[in-house]
Design a binder for this molecule. Structure first.
Ligand code: HEM
Length: 159
């Protein structure tokens, strides 16, 4: 059991909390936007769960990126060469950058929902910002059978 193993395990499973909280935030927001419903506390709570889980992913990701990941240690040993390797470039640049943008969008979205004056405005902002964030996240997750370095859907043991 290593710090790397524990961090990667948590980061791998927490993706499901990110996806679930995104669905629980965005679907009611789409319905609310279309029907002109009231923005209630339940939506505020799901939105803050989405922002919180993505923020924890950011912290775990930064730990993997800067401290624990052997993949990143290989990349940092020769960054120029890593940029020519699809797998190393995916972890060193693509996954990290896209996820940071997505976490930023989730935070900006939450702040703008709070500021929006009307219920329609709150639903619209939630759909646009959280929707864009989850699209970027889903596109940047290393799903099995896809991308440069496919990973399991459910990591069953510590690496
Ligand atoms: C919502 C945000 C994020 C999600 C959903 C996410 C998801 C994932 C998933 C599913 C994996 C594969 C785990 C496995 O092998 O089972 C992974 C690996 C990794 N993530 Fe993230 N991630 C996020 C944000 C970040 C950020 C912001 C960084 C960097 C600053 C980062 C750095 C890494 C690294 C370095 C690995 C691979 C470590 C290794 O294999 O040694 N992640 N991420």
């Amino acid at each position: 059991m290593t710090a790397y193993g524990i961090t990667l395990f948590l980061h791998s499973w927490l993706r499901w909390a990110v996806v679930l909280t995104a669905v629980m935030t965005i679907l009611p927001s789409v319905l609310g936007w279309m029907s002109g419903a009231h923005w209630d506390d339940k939506k505020t709570k799901w939105a803050s769960w989405f922002v919180n889980t993505t923020s924890i992913q950011l912290v775990l990701g930064l730990l993997l990126y800067g401290v624990f990941s052997p993949v990143m240690q290989t990349a940092f040993a020769n960054f120029g060469a890593a940029m020519k390797d699809g797998v190393l470039r995916f972890w060193a640049v693509e996954h990290m950058m896209m996820m940071i943008i997505a976490v930023g969008l989730a935070h900006i979205g939450a702040a703008r929902v709070k500021k929006a004056a009307s219920d329609v405005g709150k639903h619209r902002v939630a759909v646009i910002f959280f929707g864009l964030a989850i699209l970027i996240i889903v596109a940047s997750i290393p799903w099995p059978g896809a991308g440069a370095d496919p990973r399991p859907l459910f990591r069953l043991a510590l690496p």
